[in-house]
Design a protein around this ligand. Structure first.
Ligand code: GDG
Length: 732
């Protein structure tokens, strides 16, 4: 497996004493690092040092050591690259935009160009190290173009992509001038993962509204590939945190801290210095708490650890100043000679100190404005060996979806945070233990290893599904065999759906009338074969369009049948009284859903929504289906979903039942059935094993093969009728 991320898990620096190699900090590096150690994998990323600061010899030393000792492959980036791509597009455009800080987002073509260039640098290194069967797992917002760039060069690669930050709602994402390219970049992957289902929904909505690709249960069919989109809430290395407190060094620090603190309660927070983490308003909430509850003064200490981050970006520098001032202000306002309300640390901590603080803290106060997941919240809970302590967590952190037993707060509501602090300080041990145990159980089970394995399993599954579908493709060889069987046989039956199979879907059904070429083609085919049009359309239309041809006809999904040279007939006398009950319901939905309309057939009703706003229509269709299902529960009436249509009709009628009439007529030695939607599945399911069944377009189907488009269907039928035409033309 090749893991790809902006930074390697090892940071290289050049010092007077020589070149140093240290573990990288941050959610991705710490989280994935432990999984990476236990898996046969290599890591591609930037080492943290500018390429121009190294001479050829140093480069080689670094490259060799990274490869040998850490299985890492460094991407070389210059200071300019890092400035425009990392500090620029990543952290001045994508980061603020995806965290809903639109006012901070800069849209600058120069930064975008650098982003594209650096993504290509990553691609080139991956192409050097990747083998055909490798899994390539790309991480985060720095590399959103990479899946597609790799796909262009390695069409069969197994590519997974995981976004560690939120994916914003469509209204925010659409602000990005390069939104199309970014989405297309994502779709180069086979599996796209997010922390929460909300981000999945946002992404799918943007894909639908910007690129026009629909999805079914998170599976997008784009051009000729199926791509899965799903949520995988990232876990932590649970055992590492749970076991750490028994470490001698940690024990010693814990004892010392307890001595220092006495009976004081400890509130704790740690974050990278980032405007998304809500540090200033958290301090203000603490201020409000001390103001409203003077009885708690001198009895609590708030340990605030802030880890320097992105110091090259201006907003971060301003934020640092703001935090410094606020801490000074609060300490000045309430502090006494023997009590400092806030202990403020601005630097990274060694792991054992971090674990010590998780251990001794009575309250973890984590209140980001927005956070993809937030691992600190999970680590705090995992470190509580005696299950005592209270987590106060922002509802805006992805982690809040899994940690419902925490005290959940709105990060913008200082009153609520102050009140949560009071409540946490008064919470009984029993309640703390009960809440934490439930969360610990979940975090222990879905740890980072499970998370990564789940992702990789899901990637393998989608790859297998793609392969299953691709083996079903009606390839050139199958086509030759099909034509060969066709020409060799004497009794041939050809069953053809109409809309989406012989003609493209049109916005209004009356527009999709058969063209001259199609009518001619059907006429030729009918000379030597039994041809049947098997349609869901109403009988009158089918009759008007095709009754002059010498072919069989099925209308309204099998309600009406017409054999060659005979009259229309119904399979059995059908009851129709339900229509007057259902029609008014459909009319309400037409009024409420602009662009939708009702089609009335002899024994069926259909509500079409192909011309509506996609989002609204999906919601309405679901609602309507529920309503109809409850209305028709005790009747012989079924509610079926087709392509952008909901159809209500007698349950014992379907295309399968209708075509049996033709299938059972003769000992056919060649049967071909072609269709494109769910209603055609009934037709495929009644065919004998020897028949050729073909679905138009990708997707799940009982058909043996799929064919890409209406044009290809026409080309196939043309080839079948060709020899006859040639004869005719020669004669004339
Ligand atoms: C991004 C997303 C998402 C922090 N300071 C020190 C230190 N850390 C470790 C923590 C934790 C990690 O860094 C921070 O992870 P978070 O998840 O809280 O936040 P981000 O860095 O913003 O991470 C985030 C994450 O990616 C994973 O997908 O959850 O939403 O923004 O593991 O323990 N570790 C040590 N010293 C420190 O001073 N040793």
């Amino acid at each position: 497996m090749i893991i790809v991320s902006n930074r390697l898990p090892v940071t290289v620096a050049k010092r007077k004493e020589g070149i140093s190699f240290n573990p990288s900090v941050g959610g991705l590096a710490t989280g994935l690092g432990s999984f990476y150690d236990s898996y046969d994998s290599i890591w591609v990323g930037w080492s943290g040092i500018f390429s121009e600061r190294l001479n050829e010899k140093e480069r080689n030393v670094i490259k060799t050591k990274l490869k040998k000792e850490f299985s890492c492959y460094p991407v070389l980036l210059s200071q300019k690259d890092v400035d425009l791509y990392y500090n620029g597009f990543c952290n001045k455009t994508i980061w603020p935009l995806f965290h809903y800080f639109t006012q901070y987002a800069i849209f600058d073509k120069k930064l975008w160009d650098a982003y594209k260039r650096v993504n290509k640098i990553f691609r080139d290194l991956i192409l050097e190290v990747a083998n055909a069967y490798d899994i390539i797992w790309i991480h985060d917002y720095h590399l959103m173009l990479l899946p597609r760039l790799i796909r262009e060069k390695l069409p069969d690669a197994k590519i997974g992509f995981f976004l560690h930050i939120p994916f914003p709602s469509f209204e925010i994402f659409r602000l990005l001038p390069w939104k199309r390219e970014i989405l297309e970049g994502f779709l180069g992957a086979d599996l796209i993962g997010f922390h929460t289902y909300s981000y999945v929904k946002h992404f799918l909505e943007s894909v639908r509204r910007i690129l026009g690709y629909e999805h079914i249960y998170g599976e997008i069919t784009s051009k000729n590939r199926i791509i899965r989109v799903d949520s995988f809430p990232m876990g932590i290395d649970y055992a590492k945190f749970a076991n750490a407190s028994s470490d001698f060094k940690v024990q010693k620090e814990i004892d010392e801290m307890h001595k220092k603190m006495g009976k004081r309660k400890i509130i704790f927070s740690i974050d990278r210095l980032d405007y998304t983490k809500g540090i200033p308003q958290r301090l203000e909430a603490f201020d409000l708490f001390l103001d409203k509850h003077p009885e708690w003064r001198k009895k609590v200490v708030f340990i605030v650890v802030v880890v320097p981050s992105r110091t090259k970006v201006e907003h971060y520098r301003l934020l640092k100043k703001q935090v410094d001032e606020l801490v000074g202000k609060i300490n000045g306002k309430y502090g006494t000679l023997e009590w400092t309300p806030i202990w403020y640390i601005y630097r990274p901590l060694p792991f054992y100190t971090l674990v010590t603080l998780y251990n001794i803290a009575d309250i973890g106060l984590i209140t980001p404005y927005r956070d993809g997941m937030n691992l600190v919240a999970k680590e705090f809970i995992a470190s509580k060996v005696d299950s005592k302590g209270v987590l106060i967590l922002s509802e805006m952190a992805g982690a809040a979806e899994e940690l419902g037993e925490a005290l959940i707060v709105n990060p913008n509501d200082r009153e609520e945070i102050a009140e949560a602090l009071r409540k946490a300080l008064l919470m009984t041990d029993e309640e703390q233990i009960e809440r934490n145990k439930a969360m610990q159980k979940r975090l222990r089970r879905y740890n980072v290893k499970r998370w990564a394995e789940d992702f990789i399993d899901s990637l393998r599954q989608i790859k297998k599904l793609q392969q299953d579908l691709s083996t079903k493709k009606l390839t050139a060889e199958v086509r030759i065999k099909l034509l060969d069987d066709y020409f060799k046989s004497n009794y041939r039956l050809i069953l053809l759906d109409y809309d989406g199979t012989l003609v493209h879907f049109a916005e209004r059904p009356e527009k999709a009338r058969p063209d001259k070429e199609l009518l001619e083609l059907l006429a030729y085919l009918a000379i030597k074969n039994d041809v049947v049009i098997v349609s869901g359309r109403d009988r009158k239309t089918i009759d008007r369009w095709f009754s002059h041809l010498d072919i069989g006809l099925v209308a309204e999904h099998g309600t009406w049948l017409k054999e060659r040279g005979k009259d229309w007939e119904t399979i059995e006398p059908l009851e129709n009284g339900w229509k007057k009950e259902i029609l008014p319901v459909l009319e309400i939905y037409v009024d409420r859903t602009p662009g939708s309309f009702i089609e009335e057939k002899d024994f069926a009703l259909a509500w079409h929504y192909r011309r509506c706003d996609a989002e609204l229509a999906t919601v309405r269709a679901k609602e309507l289906k529920d309503v109809l299902l409850s209305l028709t529960a005790n009747l012989d009436i079924g509610v079926m979903e087709g392509n952008k249509v909901i159809e209500i009709k007698n349950t014992n009628i379907n295309k399968g039942r209708a075509v049996l009439k033709w299938i059972s007529k003769k000992q056919w030695d060649f049967i071909l059935a072609i269709g494109d939607d769910l209603t055609d599945e009934d037709m495929f399911s009644v065919l004998p094993d020897t028949a050729y069944s073909v679905k138009v377009g990708l997707g799940f189907s009982r058909a043996k093969f799929y064919i890409e488009s209406v044009q290809k269907v026409r080309a196939l039928l043309n080839a079948m009728s060709q020899h006859r035409r040639e004869k005719d033309e020669a004669q004339s």
